[in-house]
Design a protein around this ligand. Structure first.
Ligand code: PMV
Length: 340
């Protein structure tokens, strides 16, 4: 698989993988096929080097382990969260024709409850570690397809740098690929955390509502042009060209969310304050643009030269709980230190 796997004896059924989260410039919002997790549109993201999940998967014969065990950030998971991981373990088992049970230990390096989605890095790391430990030796695009079934955005975290996930038409074709490696363009994602709580409606549930918004088809109609502009802007490292498009798509996605039935409003007061602040800072000569995922926190996309002036301004604003910064990072890799 080419993840720099350390050499192991053939009997070892354990592997640990680390995968970065990602921030989408053109968002994935809305699912066409719920079972296969086929999206309504292509999306483009930057894999984050400094916000990642590390996951160990150890496979054991059912005689030794009666049921899968899942621990995330030191807490044993039960209910919906555990079921979602077990469903993904089932997919990995199906690939390998295995009936083994798994012990999964996963840790995020970003603070628990920071409101940063961990599903992209989490399902990418789970896919890579789970497959490696079971000896499933498939091409990276197959891992992307598999990760997609766990969480759509995880399909993109199977690659480093700048990544596009093709909508595709079936399980084989709905996969991500790398546009450029991480060192192509050292952009920064400065995350201003305005609320660290759990979101009321998960993106998994939210994707199913997109088609109920009258604005969904209007947003989808803008995407062919927006995607080609973002591809071209990344190719030429042109933030001034890319920025207005990523802001517009984030706003369009939130317009779809707000107008779906039932309506989803992820923003809080602090979200709007930051949108206005970023736009004001641009008039002061600070080249930075915002994007917002399925939550209230604002991701500020800029280059290194703008880091300090933005940090200073953010620290002067009220109601910001935390500031987290990440540059682009590489794709998942296997580690030789395990957590079980
Ligand atoms: O992968 P999911 O189901 O958590 O969906 C991610 C949705 C957004 O973060 C809002 C957009 C995206 O493309 O990452």
């Amino acid at each position: 698989m080419g993840f720099g796997r350390p050499s192991q004896p053939a009997t070892t059924r354990i592997a640990t993988a680390r995968a970065g989260s990602n921030i989408a410039f053109i968002k994935y919002w809305g699912v066409g096929d719920v079972t296969l997790n086929l999206p309504l549109n292509n999306s483009i993201s930057m894999t984050l080097g400094d916000l990642y999940t590390t996951t160990t998967v150890e496979w054991l014969h059912p005689r030794l382990l009666g049921a899968d065990e899942v621990s995330i950030d030191g807490r044993v998971q039960t209910g919906k969260a555990a079921e979602r991981v077990v469903r993904h373990l089932d997919r990995i088992r199906a690939q390998a024709g295995s009936v083994d049970r798994a012990r999964v230990v996963s840790r995020n390096n970003f603070p628990i409850g920071s409101g940063i989605a961990s599903s992209a890095s989490g399902f990418a790391a789970l896919t890579v570690a789970g497959c490696a430990a079971l000896g499933v030796n498939v091409e990276r695009d197959r891992l992307s397809a598999l990760a997609r079934r766990g969480s759509g955005s995880a399909a993109r975290s199977i690659y480093g740098g700048y990544v596009e996930w093709e909508r595709g038409t079936d399980d084989r074709t709905s996969i991500a690929h790398q546009l450029y490696p991480a060192d192509h363009w050292p952009l920064l994602d400065i995350v201003a955390v305005v609320n660290a709580g759990e979101k009321a409606v998960s993106s998994e549930d939210g994707h199913r509502l997109a088609l109920s918004s009258p604005f969904n088809s209007a947003r989808i109609g803008t995407l062919p042009a927006a995607l080609s502009e973002v591809r071209a802007a990344i190719a030429t490292r042109d933030l001034q060209r890319m920025g207005p498009i990523i802001e517009q798509d984030a706003l369009a996605m939130h317009a779809v969310m707000m107008t779906s039935s039932p309506s989803l409003v992820y923003w809080q007061g602090g979200t709007v304050d930051l949108i206005n602040a970023v736009r004001r800072w641009r008039t002061e000569g600070i080249l930075a643009y915002f994007t917002i995922d399925a939550g209230p926190n604002v991701h500020i996309i800029c280059e290194e030269a703008q880091r300090m002036p933005i940090m200073e301004r953010l620290r002067a604003l009220p109601n910001i709980h935390q500031i987290i910064v990440s540059g682009p990072g590489d794709g998942p890799r296997l580690l030789d230190t395990h957590m079980v």
